[in-house]
Design a protein around this ligand. Structure first.
Ligand code: G3P
Length: 214
């Protein structure tokens, strides 16, 4: 998987109603425009059903939201890494609080972790990124940078002690440019964000706001 330059903003579309059907492509195009206008790398994670359609239509990095750890073949209904790759994904989220995998199923990806200790644990697999996301803050309005800044600095330090190749993102409740600036200040390489962009009345304005201090 190619590495995103610092800082990186990863927008996870989840399965919110706003991105059903054409909504996924529209939001991906907005992310692409904002990335072009600001020069900041923005990656998107559309749902599996829209993955190929989105990946064919935009030039920014496209990730899947999860993959199932199986090879190609007789695998009904599973989203295998080879399917995701050929649909145009350059990587995947893994182990999101809303889609946990066992240790043995985690590969080289963006791996989500809910504590600094868990972040250091999954860093041993040397994924591209570990994203620290306290589950209780996901989808809310209190940013992880405000509620628990220490968990970010600790994750950065603990992950660095495991491997200098692994980047740390943080997420949950990220809604403003100040939250993103604070995340970078605390040592994160970027943020993983969902509702602050996907559910915004004006997603482009919301994304531009997130990037304004970078
Ligand atoms: O995958 C990102 C996510 O879980 C954070 O969600 O809505 O708090 O930005 P949100």
């Amino acid at each position: 998987m190619s590495r995103l330059s610092k800082p990186a903003v990863v927008v996870n579309f989840k399965s919110y109603s706003e991105i059903h059907g054409h909504g996924a492509l529209e939001l991906a195009q907005i992310c692409e425009q904002v990335s072009e206008e600001t020069g900041i790398r923005v990656a998107v994670c559309p749902p599996t059903a829209e993955l190929a359609y989105v990946a064919r239509s935009v030039k920014i990095p496209v990730f899947t939201q999860s993959v199932d750890p199986y090879p190609e073949g007789a695998r009904t209904g599973w989203n295998t890494p080879s399917l995701a790759r050929t649909a145009g994904a350059i990587g995947t989220l893994v182990n999101h609080a809303e889609h946990r995998l066992s240790d043995g199923e985690i590969g080289k990806t963006v791996v989500c972790a809910d504590t600094p200790r868990a972040a250091a644990g999954v860093a041993t697999f040397e994924p591209t990124y570990v994203a620290l996301e306290p589950p209780e803050l996901i989808g809310g309005d209190i940013s992880v940078t405000k509620a628990n800044p220490r968990s970010i600095t600790e994750s950065v330090e603990m992950v660095r002690n495991v491997s200098s190749k692994v980047g740390v993102l943080c997420g949950a409740g990220i809604k403003t440019g100040l939250d993103v600036a604070n995340a970078i200040e605390l040592g994160a390489m970027g943020v993983l964000v969902a509702s602050g962009v996907v559910r915004a009345v004006d997603p482009k304005g919301a994304l531009l706001d997130l990037l304004k201090h970078l």
